[in-house]
Design a protein around this ligand. Structure first.
Ligand SMILES: [Zn+2]
Ligand SMILES: [Zn+2]
Length: 887
């Protein structure tokens, strides 16, 4: 293609839709996203946090995709083999709930459908979600390595899950035990503590009398869940509580079911709660469970798994738990055993996925013994092998890890990794095995049944830093890319995911899984509200990028963010992003159209004028600063500096100065510097706005000699490096002064409402910089629309004269004759009239404020208002008198 035809071909306005898909396809075709293993180089590695297969991409995902893409593209341009490994999580309970809701709409539930059919539906849904998510990542420009894409239920990853399980089991770090777990009756599964949300509910505290078995009298206990009386196996008091000293050791008759239970003493009882005596329900309360273990009390489960009452509930069998509560309270009242009811608000655990009230119940579950895993994971952060950004979260992490409880990893779901344990139907022993067990490892029997439960979805997520690289096999990928470099994720899954990856990485690999944890915040709308479907402020990323372009969306989502802090997305930011892309588009069109008869496009370093040395100096300072900011994970500030440099210094000043030079035949052509700065800045910006920079860079490249840039794409071109030799403080000083002079004259024009076509006059006193500034007299003339402009070193005494506006700048002074901006006579008249009116008004107000009648009758607020009015006008008078002196 000829140069001329490109100049004509570049459309006037930037249309993102026309180029985005083209470039993404080009990058894919060129295989740029797949790094080459090079033992000489240190790789850069990010494992993508796993988007849930629970639906479409949310605007919050745009933030993490953009952040990770910025890091990956930057490191790739620095020449490092950069691996950004994408994948999706099967997301156990969350995904199962979504499909169950879909079934409910068809009038079905999973039991009616049967396990095999249900799993089939799960796979269909998952495939569909994964396609959507992948497609959306393409649209966002994510440069992740699709050839290594994974799904947590893939065969290899499932083998890793089984291997990790069996290894922990064999070390005695996984055990099966009866514990109180959080049970969601709707999801019909156990939940870990993290999977419940506590909400304050206003309920009641019921005071119930338990009659003594012998003699008269009773002991009163308070409870928020009267239905659990049915499962009580003791009443407990604090051993130091004098009120109950004589009661300990006696027996009481349990109301409703008339069972005899003992009164015991235990330190765990808080004498200040209720009456000081508490009921002990080991089957449905974690604290009571422990009390029961200490006192060898029996454990009675009163609930079916759907939260109806079971055979232990006596007359209440079959009732729903809340119906049972009503029935028991009514019966207690009838029997005179209900002493009183108090309103009581307390935190109640809800299922985080379906918001059903969770029931604590004793159940046989699988647990990871967590303390031996937590210890090395604490050390890795304390000794700095793993760095958490922002640092604040280090404390949060350590605090949680030091108080961590065993991790319940079994879930009564159908969707997930089956627990790799087989129960022998003959000898009753357990066999844990990576491959499907064929025979009992204890007696050899083939009469085996696999545990029906699946693993917590976070168990497989905890392994992705190594399982996605081939572990447990010793692969090239694992050897080269592990430990990974950065784990970038949302702060709200620090415990769910990050902490567990650290524990499992250290356990399985004997080495940390990543060096840096970068936690981003939530994206909120411009009023600071959390973006959610309920609030109706959800922005669909695809709609947004179709309206504004992907680069504008990426720009806006990064602007104003910082680690660990929530950020706001607004239309104003989206527009700023779009305007920025357009500004670059126009600048590049200008540069391309300016390429003409230059003998050479090489920069003649020895004979550059000040503005060239200035823009090159500023470019190199910007590169140095941006590089430092990227190294410090300050992505928003780096973006702001690139934006400011390109928008203000390059487009608004350098290009405007270049236009003047291009009109003059003698001047050295600014084109080589125009090209150099633009091309370098596009590379600097590329990780942030990949599409528009590629399009502009390619357009520029086609207009230049073939030896000019060896790379075939900006994304594999080198990232700019700062050259200190180019930094030129003297040139910066001159240009800053010239810019300040032009800017101050422009401001004065605005202040005095001077028509933009009107020429005004100015004298500039440049002090020591006068010779340098004088070279810019034409620029000052053109850009500030001043004619004539005279430039001298210093002003002679009395030279300000009358009717002049004096602007005192950092190094220079500018004097503008008022008469060149406004009609002095008319302006003086106008000011004098205003002065007179203001004086009269002040006099009136002062008289009023001295009027005793007014002062005694008017409300204080009215008096205060009048006083403020007078003060404001007095101020105005002062300024009017000064202004009049200028004429
Ligand atoms: Zn639930
Ligand atoms: Zn056996």
């Amino acid at each position: 293609m000829t140069e001329a035809s490109i100049k004509d071909e570049m459309p006037k306005a930037y249309e993102p839709g026309k180029i985005e898909q083209k470039w993404y396809q080009f990058w894919m075709d060129k295989d740029y996203f797949t790094p080459k293993i090079d033992p000489e180089k240190k790789p850069f590695v990010i494992i993508m946090p796993l988007p849930n297969v629970t639906g479409e991409l949310h605007i919050g995902h745009v933030l993490f995709v953009t952040l990770q893409d910025i890091m990956t593209r930057w490191h790739r341009m620095k020449g490092e083999p950069a691996l950004w490994l994408p994948g999706t999580d099967h997301s156990g309970i969350a995904a199962q709930v979504v499909v169950e809701r879909m079934l409910a709409k068809e009038g079905l539930d999973r039991h009616q459908l049967g396990k095999a059919k249900f799993i089939e539906r799960m796979w269909q849904w998952t495939e569909q979600c994964r396609r959507t998510i992948t497609e959306q990542h393409h649209r966002l420009g994510a440069s992740c390595d699709w050839s290594r894409e994974y799904f947590t239920l893939d065969e290899d990853l499932s083998r890793a899950v089984r291997t990790a399980f069996v290894r922990l089991y064999e070390k005695g770090l996984i055990y099966r035990g009866e514990r109180i777990i959080n049970w969601c009756p709707r999801c019909a599964t156990a939940l870990s503590d993290l999977e419940t949300e506590h909400k304050d509910l206003s309920g009641h505290l019921w005071y119930v009398r338990y009659p003594l078995a012998e003699g008269k009298g009773f002991i009163t206990v308070a409870t928020t869940r009267p239905e659990t009386i049915l499962g009580d196996t003791a009443v407990a008091v604090n051993p130091k509580d004098k009120r109950f000293r004589t009661m300990v050791g006696k027996k009481v008759i349990l109301p409703a079911v008339k069972r005899e239970i003992p009164i015991i003493a235990d330190e765990a009882v808080d004498p200040a709660f209720g009456t000081g005596a508490v009921k002990i329900t080991p089957g449905h309360d974690p604290v009571d469970f422990e009390v029961a273990q200490r006192h060898r009390l029996p454990l009675i489960n009163i609930l079916n798994l759907d939260a109806t009452m079971n055979e232990n509930a006596g007359p209440y069998i079959g009732l729903d738990r809340f119906k049972c509560r009503e029935a028991i309270v009514a019966d207690l009242k009838k029997e005179g055993l209900l002493e009183k009811i108090e309103p009581y608000s307390h935190a109640v655990a809800h299922c985080w996925r379906c918001q059903t009230i969770v029931e604590p119940l004793a159940s046989k579950q699988w647990f990871v013994k967590i303390e031996p895993l937590a210890k090395p994971a604490i050390d890795a952060v304390v000794d700095g092998r793993i760095n958490i950004i922002p640092a604040f979260f280090t404390k949060v992490y350590l605090n949680w890890m030091e108080n961590i409880r065993d991790w319940c990893i079994s879930r009564q779901l159908w969707w997930g990794h089956r627990i790799p344990v087989w129960y022998c139907q003959d000898c009753g022993e357990l066999t844990a095995s990576v491959n499907d067990a064929k025979a009992c490892s204890h007696c050899g029997s083939t009469n085996l049944e696999q545990d029906p439960d699946v693993l917590d979805t976070w168990f497989s997520s905890a392994l992705v830093t190594h399982s996605t690289l081939g572990w447990p096999d010793d692969t090239d990928d694992l050897r080269y890319f592990y430990p990974t470099t950065v784990m970038e994720t949302a702060y709200d899954i620090l415990f769910f995911w990050v902490a567990r990856m650290i524990m499992m990485g250290l356990e399985d690999k004997g080495d940390i899984p990543f060096h840096t944890v970068y936690l981003h915040g939530l994206v909120r709308d411009d009023t600071g509200d959390k973006i959610s479907k309920v609030r109706g402020n959800v922005l669909n990323p695809i709609d947004v990028l179709e309206q504004y372009g992907t680069d504008a969306l990426r720009y806006s989502i990064i602007a104003g963010t910082s680690a660990g802090t929530d950020s706001k997305l607004s239309v104003a930011k989206l527009e700023a992003g779009r305007n920025f892309a357009n500004k670059l588009w126009n600048a590049t069109r200008f540069v391309i159209r300016s390429i003409g008869s230059e003998k050479s496009l090489g920069i003649q370093w020895d004979s550059l004028p000040t503005e060239d040395r200035w823009i090159l100096s500023r470019l190199n300072r910007t590169i140095a600063s941006v590089t430092k900011l990227l190294e410090d994970f300050q992505f928003a500030e780096a973006q702001r500096q690139i934006y400011d440099f390109l928008w203000s210094e390059y487009c608004d000043w350098y290009i405007e100065l270049a236009k003047i030079r291009l009109r003059s035949a003698e001047a050295l052509s600014p084109v080589p510097v125009l090209i150099h700065v633009l091309e370098t800045s596009l590379r600097l910006l590329h990780p942030y706005m990949p599409f528009v920079t590629e399009e502009l860079w390619q357009n520029l490249k086609r207009c230049l000699p073939s030896d000019w840039q060896a790379s075939e794409s900006i994304m594999v071109a080198p990232y700019p490096e700062a050259d200190n030799k180019v930094v030129d403080p003297a040139a910066e000083r001159v240009m800053e002064s010239v810019i300040e002079i032009i800017r101050s004259i422009r401001n004065a024009r605005v202040q005095y409402d001077v028509a933009s076509s009107k020429w005004i006059q100015a004298q500039v006193y440049g002090g020591k910089l006068t010779p340098s500034i004088t070279r810019y007299s034409q620029a000052i003339e053109t850009l500030a629309r001043v004619r004539p402009v005279t430039i001298r070193a210093t002003r002679k005494k009395g030279e300000t004269g009358e009717n002049n506006l004096v602007l005192v700048l950092k190094e220079a002074e500018v004097i503008i004759p008022m008469g060149s901006m406004v009609d002095v006579e008319a302006e003086r008249k106008r000011l004098e009239t205003e002065l007179e009116q203001s004086q009269a008004e002040v006099a009136r107000l002062e008289a009023r404020l001295k009027d005793k009648d007014f002062l005694s009758k008017a409300p204080a607020s009215v008096i205060e208002k009048e006083r403020q009015k007078r003060d404001a006008l007095t101020d105005r008078l002062k300024r009017l008198r000064q202004q009049i002196l200028q004429y």
